[in-house]
Design a protein around this ligand. Structure first.
Ligand SMILES: CC(C)(COP(=O)(O)OP(=O)(O)OC[C@H]1O[C@@H](n2cnc3c(N)ncnc32)[C@H](O)[C@@H]1OP(=O)(O)O)[C@@H](O)C(=O)NCCC(=O)NCCS
Length: 150
């Protein structure tokens, strides 16, 4: 398994994986736009076949944000998600951030467990966060204490 930077020819496959993974989609155009904005965008591949992706950026000063991570249903529990998130955290950790945070559907018990393995903690729940009315759990990973000195 290899993790590498996303390239535009991965777009269709990433969209396919997103579709099989979430009820609510960002849409293929949003993926393209996010990529063009220069967000962190990595894919995992097995034998040159894309099996997962992660997108991340700095949303607020001092805070990294995992926008989305998903692995093809047929390739889950094989470590691809871990490879992707380890790499994303490693890149964000180079940027002197205080925390990395993310939102996860309150019913997505598996993903919450996945994130807890990385020491992500639950911050709070936001009721009605998703279009279908589901709430989101906000999780964060503390990278360091204190404020950035300027
Ligand atoms: C969450 C997701 C990205 C994990 O990817 P993955 O490649 O299957 O994860 P890994 O194989 O690296 O899992 C590592 C560990 O996380 C935990 N974990 C992962 N999926 C889990 C699940 N469904 N239930 C419980 N624990 C889970 C386990 O501890 C697992 O280790 P183990 O397999 O040895 O028990 C994947 O399940 C997925 O794409 N889900 C749909 C999209 C999604 O929910 N994205 C995250 C929400 S924003």
């Amino acid at each position: 398994m290899k993790v590498r930077k996303f390239v535009p020819t991965d777009l269709k496959r990433v969209f396919e994986i997103e579709n099989m993974s979430f009820n609510q989609s960002y849409g293929i155009n949003m993926f393209q736009q996010l990529y063009e904005m220069g967000i962190g965008f990595l894919v995992a591949e097995e034998d040159n076949y894309v099996i997962g992706y992660v997108m991340f950026w700095i949303k607020y000063e001092n805070q990294g944000h995992i926008i989305s991570i998903a692995v093809d249903k047929n390739y889950r529990r094989l470590g691809a998600g871990t490879h992707l998130l380890v790499k994303a955290i490693a890149i964000l950790s180079l940027l002197n951030l205080e925390t990395i945070y993310l939102e996860v559907n309150e019913n997505n018990v598996g993903a919450v467990e996945f994130y807890k393995n990385f020491n992500f903690k639950i911050d709070r729940t936001v009721p009605g966060y998703y279009e279908n009315g589901d709430g989101a759990i906000i999780m964060y990973l503390k990278l360091r204490e204190g404020k950035v000195s300027r």
